[in-house]
Write a protein that binds this ligand. Structure first.
Ligand code: PHE
Length: 450
């Protein structure tokens, strides 16, 4: 059942949706961010809190976002406005859609820069830059890249360009085709790296870092970071899943598909940790380096190990595949809005959204060099956008989705859309009470108010 006759595209099957949504979820968040956040927040306890956030907050909200999207069948802004109308609620709810489109836009601006670093490293590794190089050369390479705005800009431009080209080809010809091709490759490459990690000397130490729970290392802020990461990694709270849900054919089980996507995303984050930390410990390196973990620390390990060029190249192809299949999901809400509301062709809509996002990304490029002194709330431009989106806008967007689906929307409507029979009575209290309360409590706790 659709709320509006305007169908703006559709996945060819349930599998196509699952692959595309996994492509959106599995990204730099799993390969780059989760490992470094884990390193900074002390390992095991962070993993545990993260898993609790995915299950208790993330999964029910993912189902809610998908169901809102499929019922509204438009871009997130119009979907929220239409569904609010149906529920007899204020059209103010469309601003929840706006919040999402804006968050996606802000995230993509820096995401493209970091993805550009991955591309730079992919070419470096494939070109044999670590063959016979010293650890000092590997260490300097990252600093040199960060110091060179022009080189970063070239990669940022290439990455954003590729994103725009794919998205402009449409839902089934662009997004679906690319994700179908890349996601299986990504999983294969990750397994290869994991098999290698299992055979390293530091495997036991890596596993104990990942899975040994020590709650002393956990602070109020790290709880917020774990929750923000759950939203970021699942791709929630910003309309991506809502817009992907809007292309979902009727009668596909939302609960089952969401569980598969959330499960795959979590598995890939853990498998990335298992691929990275044993290698880091084998070479006696520091896991808590921050955003430079995969660009600075990991290449130091690649330099020292046999087959480093091969493993390094595979690792950065993997990061690139993960990044591009997420970037298309980040820009899709804005593209869908521009083409449905501003009457632009898909090509134009993608080009405009991509260009604006590119421009904002220049701020991130500069925050690693010339503009590093410019700070907002004690953070440079990149850190500020990351904090604002992952730790504030995504949880806030997710909270609004939970309130809307749990309290504003009529029960019959969500029940009809979810088609999950008796299981519905498990989802309902999660979306009405547990998920919203957890988001609010973690917020207040991080602000020192609780
Ligand atoms: N989930 C993606 C990642 O982990 C990023 C993303 C966030 C994609 C929000 C879509 C929406 O890298």
């Amino acid at each position: 059942m659709t709320a509006s006759g305007k169908i703006h595209g559709q996945w060819s099957s349930r599998l196509a949706f699952i692959i595309a949504a996994s492509g959106s979820a599995i990204g730099l968040g799993n390969i780059w961010k989760f490992p470094y956040l884990l390193g900074e927040n002390g390992g095991g306890a962070f993993v545990l809190v993260y898993l609790a956030c995915v299950l208790g907050i993330g999964l029910p909200i993912m189902m809610a976002e998908t169901l809102l999207g499929r019922r509204g069948r438009q871009n997130p802004i119009n979907t929220m406005a239409t569904l609010a109308g149906q529920a007899g609620a204020s059209r103010i709810w469309r601003y929840a859609g706006w919040l999402g489109v804006l968050a996606g836009f802000l995230i993509l601006s820096y995401y493209s820069v970091i993805a550009g670093w991955s591309m730079a490293y992919l070419f470096k590794m494939a070109g044999g830059f670590i063959d016979g190089a010293s650890t000092e050369t590997a260490r300097q390479a990252f600093q040199e890249l960060k110091d060179a705005p022009d080189r970063q800009l070239i990669w940022h431009t290439l990455f954003m360009g590729a994103t725009v080209v794919i998205v402009s080809r449409g839902v089934s010809d662009g997004i679906e085709k690319v994700t179908r091709l890349m996601m299986p490759g990504l999983l294969l490459m990750l397994l290869l790296l994991d098999i290698h990690a299992v055979r390293t000397e530091g495997f036991a130490e890596g596993m104990s870092f990942l899975f040994k729970v020590d709650f002393d290392k956990l602070t109020g802020e790290s709880l917020l970071i774990a929750m923000g990461q759950a939203f970021f990694s699942l791709g929630l709270g910003m309309g991506s899943i809502m817009v992907y849900g809007s292309y979902l054919p009727a009668h596909v089980s939302i609960a089952r598909s969401s569980a598969i996507v959330a499960g795959l995303d979590t598995a890939v984050a853990l498998l990335a940790g298992i691929a990275i930390f044993p290698v880091v410990f084998t070479h006696h390196l520091e896991p808590g380096m921050g955003p430079g973990l995969i660009f600075e620390t990991l290449p130091l390990a690649f330099v020292q190990m046999p087959g480093g060029t091969l493993f390094g190249t595979v690792f950065f192809i993997l990061a690139f595949f993960a990044a591009i299949t997420s970037a298309i999901a980040l820009i899709e809400p804005a593209v869908a809005w521009l083409s449905e509301n501003a009457g632009l062709s898909r090509q134009r809509a993608s080009a405009y959204a991509g260009s604006a996002c590119w421009l904002l990304g220049v701020g991130t490029v500069l925050s690693f060099n010339r503009g590093s002194d410019l700070t907002l709330a004690g953070r440079n431009f990149f850190e500020f956008i990351d904090f604002l989106t992952a730790d504030i806008m995504l949880p806030a967007g997710g909270l609004l989705v939970a309130i809307f689906a749990g309290w504003v929307m009529k029960r019959e409507h969500s029940e009809e859309e979810l088609e999950m029979g008796a299981w519905y009575c498990y989802w309902r209290p999660l979306i009405r009470y547990l998920a919203p309360a957890a988001v609010v409590i973690i917020f207040l706790h991080a602000m020192g108010l609780l």
